[in-house]
Design a protein around this ligand. Sequence first.
Ligand code: SAH
Length: 391
Amino acid sequence: MQRLTHEEILGWLRETRPAQLDQLFAQADQVRREHVGDAVHLRGLVEISNYCVRQCHYCGLRAARSTPRYRMNREEIVASAHKCVELGFGTLVIQAGEDFGIEAEWLAGVIRQIKAETPLAITLSLGERLLDELRLWREAGADRYLLRFETSDPALYTAIHPLRGAALSDRVELLREMRKMGYEIGSGVMAGIPGQTYEILARDIELFAELDLDMVGIGPFIAHPETPLGAPDVPTAGEAQVPSNELMVLKAVALTRLVCPEANLPATTALATINTVDGREHGLESGANVFMPILTPSPYRQMYQIYPGKACVDEDATQCNQCLRGRIQRLNRYVGEGQGGRRSGGGEAAFGNASQSAPATKARQQLSDELGQKESSQPAENALSQFVVLR
Ligand code: SAH
């Protein structure tokens, strides 16, 4: 792991000079190549329910929002798993709102069936559930669990993620417990939630390293107009506020690659949403090594509205598959074989042919130029940062 001090991370997050940014992205790309290779793993995402008991201020699935709700049945979920195999993906990600209508025993049965009928790794992303339920699913065959801690700042966390009655909400503790159960653990944050300062985002990245996460998802916050944080007059942290733009996400992904070199990092759908043209490519060139194509069948995929305008919602899984494979090939990368877990085969670097894929230096140079210009209204207060990646 690369040791970056808090000040160095902070400096990079505030960096705006294209030449410096180019170094950061190049360094992240190199660390990515050395530690996880040129493979890009595809995880099929099936959003099995949009019911949610929570009132998260950022999320369009929040219980208070009046929107049509659905819950997929067993046959539909298993069919998605078979579709996942057919399309050549190694992992099925089962995601939902925090929906206790998804009964633990019932889901354990679905997991067992998928594990019996397919070679897929299974990742769950179902919010905060009881330890006994998490253990049951692990025993049924679930391999990984995604639970973003959303922010490492306790005050901001409580403000955007209200408690549910008297129940505790300690996502970091849950992640630690899941690791003990044998899950690979994934977490992450949104960049640019109102109230998120550069200090806080720097500490988020330090917490990724401290938890030694197996997977880290970082996307931009995208305001949903029917949520409290989507209101027009939401207070921000002023000068210290992290913007929710592409450059900020790419800087956070790159820094995460440096501090968590072995982790699987997706170029997220939210990133693709704010730059539909080549946001995903930029993610892959800044340290990411995973795509998560949506497998959720219509009409459910249109109903899983965490944020508005989600990329790829109007495509089907086959179209997404072709589109993503083309993007991977054009970057001289290749689609990862097998489950692509951190421990079970994230180590393609050992066998890979890094020499075949010429570093996309020119493209990356353009990337940091373009992005740097977009943000050049901000001060470049970070003279120290240029030395960090070089030492
Ligand atoms: N119910 C599960 C899955 C939530 S959706 C859970 O709570 O873990 C997955 C992720 O989408 C969330 O963790 C959050 O980081 C992200 N998300 C939610 N609302 C968003 C928004 N408005 N913009 C961008 N990302 C958002």
